[in-house]
Design a protein around this ligand. Structure first.
Ligand code: KG4
Ligand code: ZN
Length: 341
């Protein structure tokens, strides 16, 4: 393994309920991508319990790192840098990954690179063939964020718009709960929606002052009110509601993204974050962009939801740009992209 020429990055991610480590070469080639999900643990609580998550990360972090290195077939000495999520996320869980990364960087005398989790989601797109081309518009849709970003090049970002209240993934999770689906809600709503009629239940599309902003709390409330009004839903009504809700979210995401792409004159749009795994969103976005000659890119579902390959990929470009962090790097739960978001 030609460590230096390849840029071999060990990525570590622990911002929420996935303990993850990965080795990525040259920011593009995934040699390993180990994810230990705590989803099963939190199903019975209907969401993440931060204290329990932190303890679980503590148990999992070293075995997960070990497995990532073993699968990649590389030793710690061959790694060029350790990239780690330092925010945004839960402070207690972030600190577990960050402490492990610092210990490794210090012990091995290798560079430590703090990565913004959202930037990681965006850079998952660089792990697929063909890679995205700049300039581009990126829609970040995760459990905590809904941002529309213009990227002129690596690290050159401009925030075009964002959600004014709930994130898209959060809306999926809350609506899932209201129709009796478990946590995490997104994938289950998507599954249920397949047998429903997206036009069956009229739901509001929020108007926002900013042309590229979003708002999902009114939609969420409308779904809750519909459930209360209608009483116990039968299977078809649940499916129709799931499909109508999903369409209400995707139609707004598609409309604003297309508008932004056209205003910026880009030929490339990419999707990032857990909700980017949603098949309806991908299909509707592609159907809107393709006739306009705009290419759509998105990562495979495993790279859409939280993982460490995306952190290693983002870390690679920072490493290449000469970014190095000190060992006093802290966890920043509310870390923004530094572009006004
Ligand atoms: O990016 P992510 O894994 O974690 C955060 O950084 O937030 O996103 C998790 C979110 C959850 O809200 C989950 O319900 C949603 O992504 N999600 C989906 C799908 N898969 C995950 N939402 C809609 N459709 C999906 N297939
Ligand atoms: Zn995430």
């Amino acid at each position: 393994m030609k460590g230096l020429s390849e840029g071999l990055i060990l990525g570590i991610e622990s911002s929420c309920d996935e303990t993850a480590a990965a080795v990525v070469a040259g920011g593009r080639r995934v040699l390993s991508n180990t994810v230990a999900s705590q989803v099963d643990l939190f199903r019975k609580y209907g969401g993440v319990v931060p204290e329990i998550a932190s303890r679980r990360h503590l148990e999992l972090i070293l075995p997960v790192i070990r497995e990532a290195l073993q699968t990649a077939g590389v030793t710690l000495e061959q790694i060029d840098a350790v990239a780690v999520t330092h925010g945004p996320g839960l402070v207690g869980t972030l600190l577990v990954g960050l402490s492990a990364a610092k210990a490794l960087a210090f012990g091995l005398d290798k560079p430590l690179i703090g990565v913004n989790h959202l930037q990681g989601h965006i850079y998952a797109n660089f792990l697929v063939e063909p890679p995205p081309e700049f300039p581009l518009v990126c829609l970040v849709v995760s459990g905590g964020h809904t941002d529309l970003i213009y990227m002129a090049g690596h690290g050159r970002m401009e925030l075009l718009g964002r959600t004014l209240d709930d994130a898209a993934g959060e809306a999926f999770d809350k609506v899932a709960r209201s129709v009796g689906l478990g946590y995490p809600g997104g994938p289950q709503v998507e599954k249920l929606a397949r047998s429903g009629d997206p036009e069956a239940v009229p739901l509001p599309r929020a108007h926002t002052e900013g042309p590229y902003d979003f708002s999902f709390s009114g939609l969420k409330t409308a779904v809750l009110q519909y459930v209360q009004r209608t009483g116990p839903l039968n299977d078809q009504q649940r499916a129709d509601l799931a499909a109508s809700f999903q369409r209400a979210v995707t139609s707004v995401l598609v409309e604003r993204t297309v508008k932004a792409a056209e205003a910026k004159g880009v030929r490339q749009v990419i999707l990032a974050g857990g909700v980017a795994a949603n098949g309806a969103l991908r299909e509707e976005m592609r159907a809107a962009l393709e006739p306009r000659g705009i290419r759509l890119g998105y990562p495979p579902p495993v790279l859409c939801t939280d993982n460490a390959a995306m952190i290693a990929a983002a870390g690679y470009y920072l490493w290449r740009a000469g970014v190095r962090h000190d060992l006093d790097l802290n966890a920043v739960p509310g870390l923004g992209l530094g572009i006004g978001g």
